[in-house]
Ligand binder design. Structure first.
Ligand SMILES: [Zn+2]
Length: 337
């Protein structure tokens, strides 16, 4: 754990709990009302008492905080930079790497969510917070069980690295360079994020018993994933064609701010489990993302539908290789100007 975090923890109000020999610690760094903080504490204890994943961890920490300023500078960065300050809960990569299972609750964001959606009903809030915590626990479990998530997130792939090298070597404006480089990183994250968010979202909904295996559920998740992918494809296509108007919308979608990865991910994971009833969630978790997407492609085909995503087959509405090729083309057109 980083020095600042350790220093900080010593002076922060905290409560310790003991559940079946496991330690649960709640840090209170928030100035919010006690009412909401009590609901969060109760939800955390309830989930950790019963949740299957939580039982794997000897110590789980939860921090209630109002600000995240400076947290990126002192080392920890939000896992995959997804959601960032817009999420009601966050994990930090650096902490997970140091074996800290610590869930950060973004209190202002949570209050905002409740202001608009739950009209102050404590039982609804509790249910929502429980599902948020289950979701984060699944992310932690993904991190430790799935290799692709813990491997330091190095960008791999010859084409992707070649594009990066080329981008650095030529004369286009800095802003253009930064945008293209950011997009290259985002398309890489895209593969990992679908898997990570898909597993977490699946776990979250399954733990609330909201995921029956039936055709109507399959259709519902498919349509949603198809729509968000179609939207992204549309914006991506226009931006790659040189239309700057789509820039901010495209960036907000591809960084996951519109829930893109949740919608695609839950559909992908659900489809695999729906089509192949013998496979377990942990078996999926241990797959490489290449195998994961291949498996998905064959499962969705079995259900008679076009894949929403693919890596290199070109069959998906979104195809990783196609997107990289288009990025390369845009880059070349900028260089020639
Ligand atoms: Zn998530």
């Amino acid at each position: 754990m980083g020095f600042w975090r350790k220093y900080h923890e010593m002076f922060t109000k905290k409560k310790r709990y003991n559940v079946d020999g496991r330690k649960l610690i709640v840090f209170d760094e928030s100035k919010a009302d006690d009412e909401i903080k009590n609901i969060i504490r109760e939800s955390f204890l309830e989930v950790c008492k019963n949740d299957k994943i939580a039982k794997n961890f000897r110590v789980i920490k939860l921090v209630m905080q109002d600000k995240f300023v400076g947290m990126t500078t002192f080392g920890p960065t939000p896992v995959f930079h997804r959601g960032n300050d817009v999420s009601p809960a966050m994990l930090f990569h650096e902490e997970l790497r140091q074996n800290e299972k610590m869930i950060h609750i973004n209190i202002p964001k949570l209050e905002e969510l409740f202001r608009y959606n739950y009209h102050g009903s404590a039982s609804f809030m509790k249910k929502k917070i429980c599902s948020i915590i289950a979701h984060e626990l699944a992310h932690i479990w993904n991190f430790y069980v799935s290799n692709i998530l813990s491997n330091g997130r190095k960008i791999s792939g010859r084409l992707s690295n070649r594009i990066s090298r080329l981008m650095k070597s030529v004369h286009i404006s800095n802003e253009q360079k930064e945008n293209l480089e950011a997009l290259r990183v985002h398309i890489h994250n895209f593969k990992v994020a679908i898997m990570d968010e898909g597993l977490a979202k699946y776990y979250e909904l399954a733990s609330q018993k909201e995921l029956p295996f039936e055709k109507s559920k399959f259709d519902e998740l498919y349509v949603k994933a198809k729509n968000v992918s179609g939207d992204l494809k549309y914006m991506w296509g226009h931006y790659m064609g040189g239309d700057k108007w789509f820039e901010s919308k495209l960036f907000s979608a591809i960084t996951g701010r519109t829930g893109l990865y949740h919608h695609i991910g839950i559909h992908v994971v659900y489809t695999i489990l729906y089509a192949d009833q013998k496979i377990s969630l942990d078996e999926i978790r241990k797959m490489s993302y290449f195998k994961f997407i291949k498996k998905y492609e064959s499962c969705v085909k079995k259900e008679g539908q076009q894949p929403v995503v693919s890596l290199t087959s070109g069959k998906g509405i979104l195809d990783y290789k196609r997107m990289l090729d288009q990025l390369m083309k845009l880059y070349n057109s900028l260089v020639r100007k």
